[in-house]
Design a protein around this ligand. Structure first.
Ligand code: FAD
Length: 551
């Protein structure tokens, strides 16, 4: 019988422990957690702040007692592992409440110490009124502050998914919310134009959004925090939530002499074994292989951590199961929209030195969540990034109100199974009017991608129509006259689609033409008519008014 010691009792650690026990009744399993809670729902924490998840207890998936009973695991909370002696296979533990230390030996050690919120050495970062949200006590503290101090406004620093979830929930709790982000967009996993859709919805929900301006200084005085941004602009807030990223909790492993990467994550092999053959590591604290481009990456997500826990346990009992990499599939609710992505985005490919047209292509389409004639269909925008021959899908991004999650999962699955854009065309997906269309948005992405590869359609970029600049481009708006009353594009030519064939002589065959309509479908039809009639340089403006209104 083996003695297995696990450090960290939440996503990765608790998954490993449960699987270990299911595989073997005899081993001794000890799980150390420095906090007072194990296996809690960190992903649910933001929603408790907004009272969407009302009961605090429902976040606590299990208790140490329940886990001990169910799995016969020796759960020791308030117990921080402070050193690992890999030569003698021992760990040293400090009881957080008493400061007392002791040792425990192991045959196999599992490290799932997770990550912690990044707190760079910015002046005043530890001032009162500045919070991070990572654990149950963090949540308690934020909730207590809100109920006792009744703050009127909050500034969230960082526009990643946790920052935006917190922003939404503070807003739900009645605060006026500002989000300040150093990059020029929120939600780094999606490309710039897709992020605009999320940002518009935040602004529509009365969130103040500041982009391209990071924090340079905090100052707390008389219950107010003054935030000085890099531009010199200052903001005043009753409370600040810092969510500017995470760093792996790798110090313990580093001190033990395990192989680490430059950024402090533990290096593991494909079996999740560290540089020491008796020590495994998983979750946010490790470096993984990024699934699409096979680079090394650190991706802090619950799905990978939980699945790695299972693999880790299997391998401790000799399974030799490989972890095949992390695709970064993620989804977040931000006010009225859902934003989701999987794989690699376009800006990453560009950073890697790849060129559109040669190394990759993109397709952006606007589709209804389900049949347009069935009530409550809503628009979603999908972006696909794929190889020039269509055989490889690099990634996808979707923003919409409904049905986004299942489409991203369908594409994520296709990628996992090595599928191409041609597979997206063929997927036979469930359809009835309340759920989808006979050609699902994912099928449509496949069709459009194929059209692009075969030069049957060419998409312009979302910022190719610039109303301020009169240039050599003819913007052909093929919407009906009535639609122009809602939104008119300056310097455009209007020929409704139904009249196009008769009025071709009003256009010049050698001109560069961008065809515009509300969602892109009529534009595509118009572009085909033009191309079949000898027009040489025709592009379709993707997703129509969805993107144009953001320019
Ligand atoms: P954790 O689950 O964080 O567990 C690590 C544990 O180790 C911690 O409890 C820590 O106290 C303990 N520990 C560290 N060092 C020691 C030590 N020396 N001794 C003893 N114990 C130690 N992911 C998603 O995929 N979707 C989401 O919607 C999502 N939302 C999130 C929302 C929030 C607010 C947060 C904080 C995270 C969210 N995540 C989400 C990320 C996800 O929770 C993590 O990727 C996942 O929990 C990682 O698992 P882990 O086991 O590596 O680390």
């Amino acid at each position: 019988s083996k003695k297995i010691v696990i450090i960290g009792g939440v996503a990765g650690g608790a998954s490993t422990a449960a699987r270990l026990r299911r595989l073997d009744e005899t081993s001794e399993i000890i799980m150390f957690e420095r906090g007072s809670y194990i296996s809690y729902a960190n992903c649910g924490l933001p929603y408790h702040i907004g009272n969407v998840i009302k009961e605090r207890d429902s976040l606590l998936v299990t208790t140490p007692e329940a886990m001990s009973k169910k799995y016969n695991v020796d759960v020791r909370i308030d117990s921080e592992v402070i050193s690992i002696d890999k030569e003698n296979k021992k760990v040293q533990i400090k009881k957080v409440k008493t400061g007392e230390t002791y040792e425990e030996s192991y045959d196999t050690l599992v490290i799932s110490t997770g990550s912690s919120p990044l707190k760079p050495p910015i002046e005043g970062i530890n001032s009162p009124g500045i919070f991070t949200l990572w654990t149950v006590p963090d949540t308690d503290e934020i909730k207590k502050f809100i109920s006792e101090r009744q703050p009127k406004n909050a500034v969230v620093i960082g526009g990643g998914f946790i920052g935006l979830e917190v922003a939404e929930n503070l807003h739900a709790a009645g605060l006026e919310v500002t989000v300040a982000e150093a990059m020029d967009q929120v939600m780094a996993p999606v490309d710039y134009e897709m992020a605009q859709l999320v940002q518009n919805n935040m602004v529509a929900n009365k969130v103040n959004l500041i982009l391209g301006d990071g924090v340079s200084k905090f100052k707390s005085e008389n219950g107010k925090v003054t935030i000085t941004l890099a531009s010199g602009r200052t903001l005043e807030a009753d409370m600040v939530i810092l969510s500017i990223g995470v760093r792996p909790n790798g110090q313990l492993a580093k001190d033990a002499g395990l192989e680490m990467n430059q950024r402090g994550a533990i290096v593991v092999d494909k079996y999740l074994k560290t540089s020491d053959s008796n020590i495994y590591a998983l979750g946010d604290v490790i470096e993984v292989e990024e699934y699409i481009n096979k680079g090394r990456a650190m991706i802090a997500l619950a799905g990978p951590a939980n699945k790695q826990g299972r693999i880790c346990a299997n391998n401790i009992y000799g399974a030799n199961e490989e972890y095949k990499g992390t695709q970064g599939t993620s989804v977040a609710k931000v006010f009225d929209v859902t934003v989701a992505s999987t794989g690699t985005n376009e800006k990453t490919l560009i950073k890697m030195g790849m060129t559109e047209g040669k190394d990759y292509l993109t397709a952006i389409i606007s589709q209804k969540s389900h049949a347009g004639y069935y009530p409550e269909a809503s628009e979603m925008i999908l972006k696909l990034v794929f190889s020039a021959d269509g055989k490889k899908i690099f990634g996808a991004q979707i923003v919409g109100e409904d049905g986004v999650d299942k489409r991203i999962d369908t594409i994520a699955t296709t990628i996992r199974l090595g599928g191409s854009i041609y597979d997206l065309k063929e997927l036979e997906l469930a359809y009835a009017p309340p759920y989808s269309s006979a050609k699902d948005p994912v099928n449509m992405l496949g069709f459009v991608a194929e059209n692009i590869i075969q030069n049957k359609v060419k998409l312009s970029k979302w910022n190719d129509i610039n109303p301020e600049v009169k240039n050599d481009v003819t913007i052909l708006d093929i919407r009906e006259e009535a639609e122009l009353m809602v939104l008119e594009i300056p310097n455009s030519v209007n020929i409704p689609l139904g009249q196009l064939r008769k009025r071709l002589n009003e256009l010049n065959k050698d001109d560069k033409i961008i065809v515009f309509c509300a969602v892109g479908v009529r534009s595509y039809n118009a572009a085909r008519t033009l191309m079949e009639n000898g027009f040489k340089n025709v592009t379709v403006y993707p997703a129509g008014t969805n993107f144009y209104k953001q320019v």
